[in-house]
Design a protein around this ligand. Structure first.
Ligand SMILES: Cc1cc2nc3c(=O)[nH]c(=O)nc-3n(C[C@H](O)[C@H](O)[C@H](O)COP(=O)(O)OP(=O)(O)OC[C@H]3O[C@@H](n4cnc5c(N)ncnc54)[C@H](O)[C@@H]3O)c2cc1C
Length: 402
């Protein structure tokens, strides 16, 4: 009997653990280890500051999902991985594995810029449930005492879609609260042009976003390189100073701390170098999925930025990695299944404040044969339909569904 350990209880981890179980049957053990025992549908966190969602609306306990399908669950933090001895050290003991699947997401680097982030800095974030709740309190305070607003991302960030969504939602809800006319709103971004998104843009994207910014009177600051953030002002490296009363800036993401702390496993930022089958380049019995996978940026920009690793590729890489582990355990010869990250289709809905933009491409990264950004003429149903569908499919352990 082989033991497969999956670390990470979110999009990539739950999908890969359930997929490994489905493909392997009951003859082998699948152990899911996660430091959070709850799954949060992170894309909906941008709605929490404005009261459109509570964190509890988009959160599920992981253990019952795993138990229903015969996956063992351990609520613990992995602190070290020894790839030579094939041991995962956790806060609840050491565990040997035959195959390891790393789906540990990211380490959120607020330390990239002095004064960044809600914990030891002055800006808001929506990257975690507690940050989104903190941003809600900050938004409520802002409505009572409005002033200049700066929203966007700092240099090195890769999650531009969430920053755009937050911007347009902020604009919409500030208008609803009757304070929008009293304040200037600035979009701050390392992108070289509006709608680059860390994927070199898409047909129609830049023009559409320029139009949105003009109509909504949002001032874009591009190629933005931030020196430091002080209470009430953001100092740029070119000497400009931006005043703010409310700021939400997405930081850069690195690979999880456990990878940074496990020598030989990750790159200098803690991401796992894999082949297109999501197998570790050096250790054939280790696989990775989701945000944990190393994806070098296939473009150069004046100010550094990374490639977005959204939910759809997290799901796809998890399925490929689990399928390959199952094939290796069952001794099914032949080549491993491959799906290059950049060739996974781009499928996203950008919530632009009670309207939405559909982002569709045959490949996430260039070269592409087809890529377009289109406003949805039927309003904004897709994101919340997708949220409900994804929570339903996860609650019922049906991760094999698209
Ligand atoms: C604000 C925001 C909005 C977003 N909006 C969208 C969107 O609209 N559409 C979209 O497609 N994508 C969106 N994304 C991206 C999406 O959330 C990610 O693609 C997805 O979360 C990746 O899943 P993952 O499983 O790889 O990593 P994560 O979701 O980060 O999960 C990592 C898991 O690993 C666990 N873990 C970490 N370290 C350890 C350890 N040492 N030991 C044990 N467990 C550990 C964590 O507890 C967690 O369960 C958004 C992201 C953000 C931040």
């Amino acid at each position: 009997m082989a033991r497969v350990i999956v670390i990470g209880g979110s999009f990539a981890g739950i999908t890969s653990a359930l997929e490994a179980r489905r493909r392997l049957g009951k003859d082998h053990e699948v152990l899911l280890i996660s430091k959070t025992d709850k799954f949060t549908f992170i894309p909906s966190l941008i709605w929490v500051p404005f009261g459109r969602r509570k964190v509890s609306d988009v959160t599920l306990p992981v253990e019952p999902i795993a138990a229903k399908k015969g996956v063992k669950f351990l609520h613990a933090e992995a602190t070290q991985i020894d790839p030579e001895k094939k041991v995962v050290t956790t806060t609840k003991g050491d565990f040997n594995y035959d195959y390891l699947l790393i789906a540990t997401g990211v380490d959120i680097r607020f330390d990239a810029v002095e004064g960044l982030g809600p914990d030891s800095g002055h800006t808001q974030s929506v990257c975690t449930p507690s940050h989104a709740e903190h941003a809600r309190e900050a938004f409520e305070k802002f409505v009572k005492d409005p002033g200049p607003v700066v929203i966007g991302a700092v240099q090195g960030a890769s999650c531009m879609g969430a920053a755009y969504e937050f911007l347009f939602n902020f604009e919409y809800y500030a208008r609803k609260q009757g304070v929008r006319k009293k304040v200037d709103v600035t979009w701050l971004s390392p992108e070289p042009f509006l709608g680059h998104f860390g994927i070199s843009g898409m047909l129609g994207g830049s023009t559409m976003l320029k139009g949105f910014m003009k109509v909504l009177r949002i001032n874009p600051v591009l190629n933005a390189d931030v020196e430091k953030i002080e209470p009430g002002q953001i100092k740029m490296k070119d000497g400009k100073v931006l005043p703010y009363k409310f700021a939400m800036l997405i930081p850069p993401f690195w690979g999880a701390k456990v990878i940074q702390n496990s020598p030989g496993l990750g790159d200098e930022k803690g991401f796992i170098p894999t082949t297109d089958s999501y197998q570790h380049k050096k250790y054939p019995n280790i696989f990775a999925a989701g945000l944990a996978v190393q994806v070098p940026a296939p473009f150069k920009t004046k100010v550094a930025m990374g490639v977005p690793k959204t939910g759809y590729p997290a799901d796809e890489t998890a399925k490929v990695a689990a399928r390959n582990i199952a094939a290796l355990i069952k001794g099914q010869g032949g080549r491993l299944h491959e799906k290059a990250f950049g060739k996974i289709p781009g499928l996203c809905m950008l919530d632009a404040g009670r309207k939405e933009v559909l982002i569709i491409s045959n490949h996430l990264l260039k070269p592409r044969q087809f890529a377009i950004m289109l406003p949805n003429p039927f309003g904004d149903p897709s994101k919340w339909v997708f949220e409900k569908y994804f929570l339903w499919k996860t609650r019922n352990g049906m991760s094999y569904l698209p």
